[in-house]
Structures are given as structure tokens and as C-alpha cells.
Design a protein around this ligand. Sequence first.
Ligand code: F6P
Length: 373
Amino acid sequence: MSKYIGVLTAGGDSPGLNAAIRGLGKAGEQQYDMHLIGFQDGFRGLMENRFIRLNNMYLSGILTIGGTILGTSRDKPHKMQVGDRTMDMTDVMLEVYNKHHFDALVCIGGGGTQKNAYHLYKHGMNIITLPKTIDNDIFGTDRSFGYDSALQIATDAVDRLHSTAHSHHRIIVAEIMGHNAGWLALGAGVAGGADVILIPEIPYEIESIAEAIRSRRKKGKHFSIVAIAEGALSKQDAKILKKVRSEIENASNQDERRKAKKSIVKLEKTFSNNTIELSRQLEILTGLISRVTILGHVQRGGAPSPADRLLATQLGSACAKAIQNEEYGVMIAMKNDLPTSVPLKDIVGKRKTVPLDHPLIESARMVGTNFGD
Ligand code: F6P
């Protein structure tokens, strides 16, 4: 019997989304007689019932294309901006879901999307998810598509910054995305041979970084590349953040929790200048000129790498199979090179950060990379 499946992409875009939609749609149609309907702009499109019938015409020729043909947004079902109000639109989405007589709804996205999808699952939808993010921080999967493509772009940038830093005898501080996880900065930093790598998991001391740069100088190396994750913090800032986070956890009422959450937003705004401030401090402490390069959204753009195309195709087609087997409330993860169903209840609200004993950190330290600690 034919099956009707909805799909949406939510959160920040990343290379590999289209490859995943194609994997799901083609496998679903060719193997299991599934009909795929794609909602536009994430959960907002589901709420507004804006959709495209993803027939073969849409699914062909998208494997190599970046972004998402469906569009995306950071809207949350239970906290949706509608006009000038923030509303819980879960019931409206449930109505749309029922109207289409869906057998399942596939939500493709990062940590936030897994959480929102689980919310819909608890409200009665047959939900199944796929892990996408350049940050590689989704709990429960070894890899998420988007990461490898972004790693290539960030590594290429670090490579290119080397020759100009070397020619001008400068420090170049390259800020790399990754939200509150250091996977991308660590990967690109090690692959690009950065002299200093700063990640959120290892709070830094500016003096330690300056000393590493001065010591390179003494050895005749008059330039240095610092790869800093956007979420990296000094020891002092990390301490402040930890305190506010524990205030949220221990808040005895809604009011206290709201207050502490507001302080976090304020703090994060202050921290957004950290890279520029670090560069300024390093000039003072080393006597070298320093420049900042913020790689930004270029890391999410363009065609997916071959590894991301393979990952997204495998996970997308495995998702069609899981729907056929009526496995719901799960994310199709990649574990030990095998697509595996992981219950959403075991992963939501958790983040996969870089373990301090990660072999890549050890290797980097062994070749003389400074981590600012
Ligand atoms: O989660 C992906 C990501 O690119 C993060 O690395 C970054 O912090 C964030 O999204 C940027 O979000 P936006 O595109 O909404 O500015």
C-alpha cells in the first residue's frame, strides 16, 4: 500500500541536505511506493501548510547542490513568532499532519531540530529525524552531514592564511564556526597546521597563547596562525558562564530561570567580540601585528563534499527503510559506519562536545600545537 511521507529541513542550512532529501525520496518511491511531500522553510511551512510534491522532477539533479531546495528557518513549533506574538502552534501543525494523512514526518536538522521533532512526536506524530550540522555536535551519531564540507572550506582558509601571515610576519586569528563545540576548529586547525587552536572545551589564557607565539619567534618563525572556535572562551569568561548556567539549573522558579537565561544572552553578546579582543591583546603581548579573519557563513555554503554526499545518501535511504519498518521517535544516526536508529528520547537536550582526551588533541599537542591552556 502507498505511504505518504512529509519532510522538512530546519535550523541552519548545510551542504548535504539535498542529498539526504534525494536519498529518502528516491529510495522511498522506488523501493516502497512512498509519496514525498516537502514543507517549505522548516516548521513554519508545516504550520502554514506550504509544501511541494517531491516527485522525480524535484529529486533529480540535487545530489551535488548546496543549501536546501525546501528552504529552512529556526522556528520552533511551541514558540512560533506569529505577527507580534510568540505562540504554541503545535496543534495547528498536528492538524496539517492529519489533513495529509501522513504515515510519517521526517525532520532533518541539528540539535534544536531533534528537540522540536521530539516535541511533535510526543504530540502524536510519527516522527523520524536525520542529523545535519556543520558543528558535528549532535549527540548519538558519530557524524552529521555538513561537517565534512565545512571542514574542507575552513581548512582551505587556514591554508591560505598561512602564506599571507608568513609574508607579512603577522599573527592571523581565524574564527571558525561550530557553536559551542570545537569539532570544526579542531579539525581545520589540525589539518591546516594552525599554531594555536582554541576550542570551547578548553578555556584559554591569553598569556599562554602569547608565550607560544613569542617562543616561535625566538625560533625564527615570525608569524603564527590561531584557529579559534566561535564558542571558545577565556578561563575567566568560562567561569562566569558556568556560574550563570548553574543558576538556570538550580532556579527555584520560572522568574529566576528567565532572569538567568537573559544574563546568558547578554553574556553571549559580550563574548561575540572575543576574537577581536584576543587579536588586540596578542599584538600588545607579542609586538607582532595581528589580523582577524571571521570565516562566517562561507563555511556553510556551496556543494557538499563527496563524504557528505555519501553520508546523506546512506542516512536518507536508511530513513525510508526505517519508515517502512514503522520505526518512529528515532533519529537515523551513523554509528561505526552503519546507519542505526537511536531513540530521540536518549539524545534530545544533549550535545556531543570534543572529549578532552580526544586522540586528535593529543596528536596536535605532540606536534607542538598550543591550546591556550
Ligand atoms: O549550527 C550551525 C551554525 O552555522 C553554527 O556554527 C553557528 O553558530 C550558527 O549556525 C549561525 O547561525 P545563523 O545562520 O542563524 O547566523
